[in-house]
Design a protein around this ligand. Sequence first.
Ligand SMILES: O=C(O)CCC(=O)C(=O)O
Length: 287
Amino acid sequence: MSATTSENPDLFTSVYKHFRRLSDTECYTEAYSIVNHPTVFQQCPITISIDLDPSLGLQPISNWSLYSCKFCDGLYFLSNPFTSTGQRQWIDRCINIYARQTKTSVGDNSNNENLSRIRWATLGYHYDWTNKIYKQDDHTKMPDELTQLCKIIMQVISSSTGCSMMNAEAAIVNYYHMNSTLCAHTDHSEYDALTKPLISLSFGNAAVFLIGGQTKTECKPSPILLRSGDIILMTGSSRLCFHAVPRILSDPLLNDILYKNIDDNDEVCWSYIHDKRINVNVRQVYS
Ligand SMILES: O=C(O)CCC(=O)C(=O)O
């Protein structure tokens, strides 16, 4: 990492702090979205067709839109892959299965009180946060449906862009409260598999996602607006770039998109997600 000096300032942190200070409305205006900032995205045609298992909650692939991001080489944005019902199913899995059966930030994750405090859960190869490594012997089976979802996403992206495929071997599920943040970092612990793409799924409220360069000083990071159901793919050189989440934004569309006309079974999910965001971050660890 290049040192920060007055001649070589930390551009990442100044943009991070800028977004910390903005109102939600200003964040919605400034962060890049296909609607407000169409020129920073370039659409990539999707040509592949795949039979989809209904339990994955996906729209037909002909409804998906894939964009490369002109401000960051190798970064792709996939819009509209999930149905509303599918998003509810993934939120339900994150809350009722992934948060309860795996390693999490709260010790006993079986009760609802701890569930409201949970910040992360790990799946597959469990990430060791202290030593910032994965261990071969600290592993539980990746959930089948998540493995299958990632395989389909990779088939679509790889056929459109030529990027390499990845095997879903580890996931971090991030549970954000409205005031949560994720500081600038790079994901470099997958030492054997740094050339493999990383898949990042967003559910619930919106977020500003900042993506910069491989140092904090070389360029200003760009802000992307992530909403429920959006997918980000970090491939190639973008895989090593600094990124962060300075803001979670209350999404006025969330109730309409996800929870209008729901049955009572979905009440539990709504009471959790209405003031949260969930991110599922999937990586290959070993090559
Ligand atoms: O929440 C997000 O969108 C990003 C999460 C992330 O960068 C990570 O888990 O490393």
